[in-house]
Design a protein around this ligand. Structure first.
Ligand SMILES: [Zn+2]
Length: 284
């Protein structure tokens, strides 16, 4: 039996959630890094793609409104929980863009996993600070400010909606993944967040890659400040611990929160400690 369109939509809708924000731009959550979208009957933009089943669910929902090719697909960075669903859009994307480093990382990781055939790599890359496109009545600008969560993270600004998808430059009240294997840098990450706060205004809505349970995957500048505070406190804490002669194992066995940033919790503080240690002690 073929399910009715409504039943199908409700099944799909249960699978994930569409969250409209402003001026036809919103976000979708199911499993993996938060997806951003712009949806009108004439235009379609998707930012990040989670995994293949989730991207297929999203596409079915988008198709209720728009059956045209995607004007633009953006990957904020290469991690699999943001790019594995790219393949669901194969053949129906006019432009698929990421920073050159993100492209290189995605290709390198896919080759190492012998999985290149199942990946959709961007067809367009850039290496400067900015890349822009006009889609309908919206201007979309990608901003790159150097290594942070990886060496290829971009902020995606829907300028007229005044919404910025931060990708994994933002972990809301959740210990971040800091991918040193892909050129992450905590010190510069702090600067990237400072730059974001100076570039965007108090009305800007930010979409976050991840949040801890009970916290939203969107917010404002105050949330960027709070995360910037977490990262700078992490570096300060590690500098002090190293001067006191502590070992990484000792720290990992005893530390449950970073002094000065008690809101950051959950599993995974060891990733922060590992990364800060590498940066401060090993200069990586
Ligand atoms: Zn990531």
């Amino acid at each position: 039996m073929i399910p009715s369109r409504q039943l199908l939509a409700s099944i799909l809708f249960d699978a994930g959630e569409m969250h409209p924000l402003r001026r036809n731009v919103g976000f979708y959550t199911e499993r993996g890094g938060t997806i951003g979208w712009l949806l009108t009957k004439d235009h379609l933009v998707v930012v990040d793609t989670q995994f293949k089943p989730q991207a297929e669910n999203l596409l079915s929902i988008l198709r209720e409104t728009n059956d045209k090719p995607l004007d633009l697909l953006v990957n904020t960075h290469h991690h699999r929980d943001h790019t594995s669903g790219n393949i669901a859009f194969k053949g129906i994307v006019k432009t698929h863009v990421a920073h050159q480093n993100s492209y290189n990382n995605q290709k390198r990781v896919a080759e190492a996993r012998d999985n290149l055939a199942n990946e959709l790599l961007p067809d367009t890359t850039f290496e400067g600070e900015k890349w822009s496109a006009k889609v309908g009545d919206e201007n979309i600008t990608l901003h790159y400010a150097g290594p942070a969560h990886t060496n290829g993270d971009v902020m995606v600004h829907f300028e007229n909606a005044n919404i910025v998808h931060m990708g994994d430059l933002m972990f809301n009240r959740r210990f971040p993944y800091i991918d040193k294997s892909a050129g992450a840098h905590i010190g510069n990450w702090v600067k990237v967040l400072q730059k974001a706060r100076s570039m965007f205004d108090d009305e800007t809505i930010f979409i976050f890659g991840h949040a801890d349970n009970g916290y939203p995957v969107k917010g404002g500048k105050e949330d960027l400040t709070a995360f910037e505070n977490y990262l700078s406190n992490l570096l300060e804490f590690m500098n002090k611990a190293v001067k006191e002669g502590k070992t990484l194992d000792e720290l990992k066995a005893s530390v449950t929160e970073i002094p000065g940033a008690p809101e950051w919790k959950g599993d995974g503080i060891s990733r922060s400690l590992d990364a800060a240690w590498m940066e401060i002690v090993e200069g990586k």
